[in-house]
Design a protein around this ligand. Structure first.
Ligand SMILES: *Cc1c(COP(=O)(O)O)cnc(C)c1O
Length: 295
């Protein structure tokens, strides 16, 4: 089975009075359109991971995530599409939600473990799959050198050169891949990461771990809105306005925070007139269904 998806991820302009007034051009790369479930950076990160599993004759993907994890869901659908079995080891007590439902529908077996045990993923893998020759360990969030390699391919798909690229950061794998891509293609582009967790400056070293060669980049650590999965009325109001203005769905966990940052930085004159800015829509829209009551 060859591990390929034929997909469509165009770059589209985002029109806005604020951007016109400052004289900047803002675009968005629609990685959310890659696949309805294996969407955005989750496909980018799985591609070379799945290829590695195939080379090692592994037929069962074992991975990790919270009960709303886009990575768990993407892995379940990719496993189904490419003929793997899949198991998800889920943090916390047993729950039912839309993500869990969709994982099961794609044939993923789920094992719920308490937060203490969840910390040590290798031990958990060994506990359940030590003597299982078919099982292949896929880290939480798809974090891996293979994941970064897949994300670096974004850069070669771009139709023009941008001054700034923005992406939301969880593990930092996507960021590292994009920075490697910028370096490999010798582009003058600055990568701007928006950590979605509190105290996101730890990502500086996490990202550097996956860089092939050190290359400067910038983290804006003040757009976490209280921490992972946390929102504020200001963020939710921004998301409603953005979705209604553009027809592009974004979420409060990742892409909403990243786009809010671009608008806020624009208003604070971070961008010089004439600058071009590209936002990466990293996909993962299903999680929003777990947040309906916040809107
Ligand atoms: C998982 C995810 C991220 C975080 O990607 P990392 O490579 O872990 O930094 C960003 N955006 C979306 C939509 C995601 O689902």
């Amino acid at each position: 089975m060859s591990i390929e998806l034929n997909f469509f991820s165009p770059v589209q302009p985002i029109k806005n009075k604020l951007f016109d007034a400052i004289g900047i051009n803002v675009f968005i790369k629609r990685d959310d359109l890659i696949h309805p479930i294996i969407s955005g950076n989750k496909w980018r990160k799985l591609k070379y991971t799945l290829k590695k599993a195939v080379t090692q004759n592994k037929t069962h993907l074992v991975t990790f995530g919270g009960a709303y994890s886009n990575h768990l869901l993407a892995t379940s659908a990719a496993a189904a599409q490419f003929g793997f079995k899949s198991t998800g080891i889920v943090r916390g007590e047993q729950v039912e939600n839309d993500t869990i439902f969709l994982c099961k529908l794609h044939g993923m077996k789920l094992i719920f473990v308490d937060r203490e045990k969840y910390r040590d993923k290798q031990t958990l893998f060994n506990q359940y799959f030590e003597n299982n020759q078919e099982a292949f360990f896929v880290d939480e969030g798809g974090a891996s050198p293979e994941g970064a390699k897949g994300c670096s391919e974004i850069m070669a798909e771009l139709p023009e050169i941008y001054d700034h690229i923005f992406s939301a950061c969880g593990t930092g794998t996507t960021a590292a891949g994009i920075i490697n891509g910028i370096y490999n293609l010798n582009l003058p582009t600055l990568f701007n990461g928006i950590p979605v967790l509190k105290n996101g400056s730890f990502l500086q070293t996490e990202i550097e771990l996956y860089l092939n060669t050190y290359h400067p980049f910038k983290l804006h650590t003040d757009y976490h809105f209280g921490g992972y999965g946390k929102t504020t009325p200001e963020l939710l109001a921004f998301i409603k306005q953005f979705v209604a203005d553009t027809g592009i769905l974004i979420d409060p966990v990742y892409t909403g925070k990243m786009l809010f940052a671009i608008y806020d930085l624009a208003a604070k004159n971070y961008f010089k007139p004439g600058t071009s800015v590209l936002a990466i829509h990293s996909g993962g829209m299903w999680g929003i269904l777990g947040m309906k009551d916040k809107f």
